[in-house]
Ligand binder design. Structure first.
Ligand code: XIL
Length: 473
């Protein structure tokens, strides 16, 4: 998908109404807004899904909200080639069918990785020639099987050592072959499916682009690969991060990842966020304001994908906190739906941002090359949307009708809700931060405590939901 300025057109047209900026009805989903912004938004299919072990609501949420999918474990080496040269594609095929039925892009994860490698591979750990042929055979078969169906592959995963600028030593591929296993893996994957997008994927890439950090080391390798004609098209940043206030030692930041995106743009390489979660330390009590701050961090990472021309994918490593690998990392609550598959503040934050993002005029995301290397001031960008709609002079809005006859109308500071016995009303600022919330609204609610400015208001009743932008003067 190419990033487009379509959203800008849609929003600008809607802005003509007095004070009302848009009305979103039945298709109010993350994916519908992601598509308007020309990006992919996704979540893994958790391993439990493959065995039919998840409630139907999980799949319902997954397919309505996301437009890109990746298997949590089912396309890894140990899953696809459990014994030598005997391949098992059942689960992967199941996911590819699901993606097709639901119009989703498919990521393949992962071909050459030190982890989740079946034991039989280790039998050849001292035989370079054999290991090379094992890896080639794996890639030929797996990529070949899903040729034209898996759109992009993590060809190499986590090949760099944790925090030092060097290759990861404890990998059967590195030890048995040397770092050239990476170059070869890309060449073989490209031969097996010349149309697939090929990524190098790793974690801790949001900790600065300098020679001492992982991203700095990686950047040097990417330069070399590109110079040598290795077919690499993208870097995947896993982005498994911790909420900064519960882990004082965590040094990652969205700005650092943005600067990596900009360095990659100079090489014509994309940046994708491939495994996002923003966990809290296990055992701590997570408050409402913690969850709101977490939502802001989710939004800051989304901003990179929306704003950087060479970034197009925002993929979360799970749907609901109930099914998440984070427990094993001593973290919790890192996803955008809670244990009961209810959207968390992070969901709202992402949704509102997707709704109100306006691409800079006259730039089509992929046709622009970024030359600026400085870290962006994201707050400056945040005001862009406000500026373009600043002319609204009234707070009266026409009646907006949504799903199931739900409607809202703003008059003065009074928001009237019709078509629901009782509704929930949420008001967000343009950065997606909640500023007002009222449950059990019957008939109308007074927004006089909301200060002047532009907002997104959302009315929900049962499964019906209606959202629009308002200007309060
Ligand atoms: C994790 C899965 O979520 C777990 O179910 C599994 O036990 C271990 O792997 N980086 C990656 C992913 O590239 O494949 C990992 O997924 C999470 C870290």
């Amino acid at each position: 998908m190419r990033k487009q300025t379509l959203a800008g057109v849609v929003f600008s047209a809607a802005l003509l109404g007095a004070g009302i900026t848009d009305a979103f009805a039945a298709d109010e989903t993350l994916r519908s807004y992601a598509e308007k912004n020309g990006i992919y938004i996704g979540a893994i299919l958790n391993s439990q899904w493959f065995g039919g072990g998840l409630p139907s609501q999980y799949e319902q949420v997954h397919k309505t909200q996301f437009n890109i999918v990746v298997a949590e474990n089912e396309m890894k080496f140990d899953a696809t080639e459990p014994s030598e040269n005997r391949f098992n594609y059942n689960n992967g095929d199941k996911m590819v069918r699901y993606a097709k039925q639901n119009g989703m892009r498919v990521r393949g994860h992962a071909l050459a990785w030190h982890s989740q490698v079946p034991n039989w591979v280790n039998n050849y750990k001292n035989d370079k020639k054999k290991l090379l042929s094992v890896l080639k055979n794996h890639i030929d078969n797996v990529v070949g099987h899903w040729k034209g169906q898996v759109d992009e592959w993590d060809v190499v995963n986590e090949a760099i050592s944790n925090n030092e600028p060097q290759w990861r030593g404890f990998s059967v591929w590195y030890q048995g072959i040397g770092p050239e296993f990476i170059d070869s893996a890309f060449v073989w994957a490209h031969a097996a499916d010349p149309n697939a997008e090929l990524c190098y994927n790793d974690y801790n890439l949001e900790q600065g682009v300098n020679p001492k950090a992982k991203a700095g080391f990686l950047l040097e390798q990417v330069k070399r690969w590109v110079a040598n004609g290795i077919p690499i098209h993208c870097v995947g940043s896993q982005t498994h991060v911790e909420d900064t206030t519960t882990d004082k030692h965590f040094i990652g930041s969205p700005d650092s990842l943005r600067s990596l995106a900009r360095e990659l743009a100079k090489l014509n390489i994309k940046l994708k966020i491939t495994e996002l979660d923003i966990g809290f330390k296990s055992g701590i009590n997570v408050s409402k304001s913690d969850l709101e701050r977490q939502g802001q961090t989710f939004r800051q990472y989304l901003d990179i994908i929306l704003e950087e021309p060479n970034a197009d994918t925002y993929l979360i490593w799970g749907v609901s906190d109930k099914w998440s690998w984070l427990g094993g990392l001593n973290r919790q609550k890192g996803l955008i739906y809670d244990d009961n598959l209810k959207p968390k503040p992070a969901f709202d934050s992402i949704m509102v941002r997707l709704q109100n993002f306006e691409p800079p005029q006259d730039t089509s995301k992929q046709d622009t090359t970024v030359s600026d290397t400085t870290v962006t001031d994201t707050t400056k960008k945040d005001t862009a949307a406000t500026d373009t709609v600043g002319q609204d002079t009234t707070i009266s809005i026409a009646k907006i009708v949504g799903p199931a006859g739900l409607s809202m109308q703003l008059n003065g500071h009074t928001l009237s809700v019709k078509g629901a016995v009782s509704a929930r009303v949420d008001v967000f600022d343009m950065q997606g931060r909640p500023v007002f919330s009222a449950k059990n609204v019957k008939g109308s609610v007074d927004l006089k405590d909301v200060s002047e400015g532009l907002y997104v208001v959302r009315v929900r009743s049962g499964s019906a939901s209606l959202t629009k932008r308002i200007a309060i003067k």
